[in-house]
Design a protein around this ligand. Structure first.
Ligand code: CA
Length: 229
């Protein structure tokens, strides 16, 4: 990451984008503004940002479509995405997380809240510098190469799900509450709801396919990774 993290703002309303850009610039970030999906893609092709602020409602491709597209692309997969949504759009938030957004910010938001969330996703993204591997039954995870496999077959696992799986595998057979997982995986969870954990667990199970049943829900307690399935 550069000294001045590059923030791509994808927002069609120029007064909002301008306000965000000014505040980012004053706080040591390097903002880049794109007003729609096409120009955002052009910016992504030129220089990858460190974080993306992505408006939900955009002309042409919506924020959800863009988030899904960037999550599916190996080159852009690891870039944190903060979704901008309107107040009260609860289903939107879940859909945003499902599309691969790391977090969301509800408009209108304060500069301090925006900066805190940007810093939090950048912190979370910083590599943990762990190079160990772990195997539970036929499920293996190699932290150095970021590879997960089941019965020798490589699985595609997103960055947050990878961290979640790594933690669960390193502490298998134990039950972890949602708030413990937020502490361990997300680190700074001041602005993140416990439901976020459920969204990522769901996504992790889907990525694991047949091994998904190893991630157990322990009713009223949390989650556990077990070899006993
Ligand atoms: Ca908009």
């Amino acid at each position: 990451m550069s000294l001045q993290p590059r923030v791509l703002i994808v927002e069609d309303e120029s007064p909002i984008a301008e306000l965000i850009a000014v505040n980012l610039r004053h706080n040591g970030f390097q903002p880049v503004w794109a007003e729609d999906g096409v120009s955002a893609q052009r910016e992504m092709d030129a220089v990858l940002p460190d974080v993306i602020l992505l408006d939900w409602m955009l002309p042409g491709q919506s924020g959800i479509v863009l988030a899904k597209k960037w999550r599916a692309d190996a080159r852009t997969r690891g870039i944190p995405i903060l979704m901008l949504t309107a107040r009260g759009d609860e289903p939107d938030r879940v859909a945003g997380l499902d599309a691969g957004a790391d977090d969301y910010i509800t408009k209108p938001f304060s500069t301090q809240e925006m900066l805190a969330r940007i810093r939090a996703v950048l912190r979370r993204r910083a590599p943990e510098q762990v190079s160990d591997s772990v195997a539970i039954g036929a499920l293996t995870l190699d932290a150095a190469t970021h590879r997960v496999s089941w019965q020798g077959q490589a699985l595609k696992v997103g960055p947050t799900e990878f961290k979640l799986l790594h933690y669960l595998m390193k502490h298998s057979e134990r039950v972890h509450s949602r708030s413990q997982l937020l502490d361990k995986i997300w680190g700074d969870h001041v602005f993140i709801e416990e439901r976020t954990v459920d969204v990522h667990v769901k996504r992790l199970r889907e990525s694991l396919g047949a091994a998904g049943t190893m991630v157990e829900t322990v009713r009223g307690a949390g989650y556990r990774l077990t070899a006993q399935v």
